[in-house]
Ligand binder design. Structure first.
Ligand code: GRF
Length: 203
């Protein structure tokens, strides 16, 4: 079976990244092959983790670039040079330009720690607690130009307990995110058609 060449974009610890890499390495029938990890933060712990799992791990520090477009041009260069066909954002903390998003339309997904469409953006756990939500959770969705607004592929929900803090709730949600992302990526690739290699330089 041909597996889809997939990159993961991170900024931090990379626990979701690690789960996706392990799923792809442990199951030859998993439809994604993780071929590249990119972090915009050179010190992201996820980079070391990816390298120790044998995955090319590249730091592209956004602070080294004058504009978002220049930063993304370097990401694009890396993605193309590794023949990447699909992108998973996993704790990637940079807003992407409309141009980059449209280049990867239908080929880029993200995991967000809330039951979308509720709580787009940051501090989702604290906001859910403040609103006395009985349920919170995580969603995997397609990336579109509007932040956290693309079609949802799948979600998990987690009970919010009376004594939950943003930290405890974040841990409970994170523990469920890994299997969620593994399932969502598999689902997203079910009817995915890889690009024609002859047009791959137009990504
Ligand atoms: C996760 O909570 C994810 O939902 C959010 O960023 C966090 C990344 O965690 N987008 P990790 O780096 O995968 O551990």
């Amino acid at each position: 079976m041909t597996r889809t060449r997939t990159a993961i974009l991170i900024s931090g610890g990379g626990s979701n990244m690690e789960a996706l890499i392990k799923a792809s390495q442990s199951d030859p029938d998993y439809p994604a092959e993780i071929v590249l990890v990119i972090s915009n933060r050179p010190k992201a712990a996820g980079l070391t983790k990816a390298a120790s799992l044998g995955i090319p791990a590249v730091a592209i520090d956004h602070k080294d670039y004058d504009s978002r477009e220049d930063f993304e041009a370097e990401m694009q260069r890396q993605l193309i040079s590794h023949n990447v066909d699909f992108i998973c954002c996993a704790g990637f903390m940079r807003v992407l330009t409309g141009q980059f998003v449209s280049n990867w339309a239908g080929r880029m997904i993200n995991i967000h720690p809330s039951l979308l469409p509720k709580y787009k953006g940051l501090n989702t756990h604290a906001r859910a607690i403040a609103a006395r939500e009985p349920w919170h959770g995580a969603s995997v969705h397609y990336v579109t130009a509007d932040l956290d607004s693309g079609s949802v592929i799948t979600q998990i929900r987690v009970k919010v307990d009376d004594d939950d803090t943003p930290e405890s709730l974040s841990q409970k949600v994170r523990a469920q995110e890994h299997n969620l992302y593994i399932r969502a990526l598999k689902f997203a690739l079910l009817d995915f058609t890889p690009r024609d290699p002859s047009t791959s330089d137009k990504r």
